[in-house]
Design a protein around this ligand. Structure first.
Ligand code: 13P
Length: 256
């Protein structure tokens, strides 16, 4: 199955509007005009909400996708500090990251709230990067697959086969995020193959062949080639290395 690779930068709580616009300008200047370097991978950035408009402006005329880092499940209402899909769509934002482990760890997100957010984003016509991943403790206990299966089944509860076409999965082992420790090519491939097979069981073999599964967790130019060469790894969701134009461009090139 031919799956188009994705290189996505999750800027987390980094980059003011001015800094974000400058990063895009640097990407454009060093990317041969269109931010993509080549047409093979889809290239995406996920700035903080307040930086999105400036990044959209800076990215005009390029194929760069500008997405958001989270979305609430209600259309509007008394949810201080939250942003709805309707608000994002109005801004021309069509992609959103949901279920990042930092949201689960520090902000009390559960599989249930993740599922609600996924449903709301899809209902509003958005596409989703859904993050899953095990902690170090879970890996050491040997329950990685059970943890991932629970997350995938809960987070995708009530999601139809047709809706699944608008979802990209991101496997981000929590112990590899921002730690400099990357899963080995083999560790990552093993999990990606497991998740793909699970999608096959939950939906259909064709669905499993079509869905893109990104790896995230200390991906950088030095290790990207090996990870991206794995048959079930369809790209990367990148934190730290997405904040430096030269590194991000090197990652895009590794996916070409
Ligand atoms: P790092 O690349 O900084 O480890 O972050 C990965 C991540 O959490 C992307 O969502």
């Amino acid at each position: 199955m031919d799956r188009k690779k994705v290189i996505a930068g999750n800027w987390k709580m980094n980059m003011t509007a001015a800094e974000g616009a400058q990063l895009i300008a640097d990407l454009k200047a060093n990317c041969g005009g269109a931010c993509g370097c080549c047409s093979a991978p889809e290239v995406m950035v996920f700035p903080p909400f307040t930086t999105i408009a400036a990044v959209q402006e800076a990215a005009k005329g390029t194929p760069l996708v500008v997405g958001a880092q989270n979305v609430h499940w209600a259309t509007n209402g008394a949810f201080t500090g939250e942003i709805s899909a309707k608000m994002l769509v109005e801004m021309g934002v069509n992609y959103v990251i949901i279920g990042h482990s930092e949201r689960r760890q520090y902000f009390g997100e559960t599989d249930e709230t993740v599922n609600q957010r996924v449903k709301a984003a899809l209902a509003a016509g958005m596409k989703v990067i859904l993050c899953i991943g095990e902690t170090l403790e879970e890996r050491e206990k040997g329950v990685t697959e059970a943890v991932l299966e629970k997350q995938v089944r809960w987070d995708l509860a009530d999601i139809t086969k047709e809706q699944l076409e608008n979802i990209i999965l991101a496997y981000e082992p929590v112990w590899a995020i921002g730690t400099g420790k990357t899963a080995t090519n083999e560790q990552a491939q093993e999990v990606h193959a497991f998740v793909r097979a699970l999608i096959g069981k939950m939906y259909c073999p064709v669905c499993a062949g079509k869905i893109r599964i990104l790896y995230g967790g200390s991906m950088k130019p030095a290790n990207a080639e090996g990870l991206l060469a794995q048959p079930d790894i369809d790209g990367g969701l990148i934190g730290g290395a997405a904040l430096k134009a030269a590194d991000f461009i090197a990652l895009v090139k590794a996916a070409c």
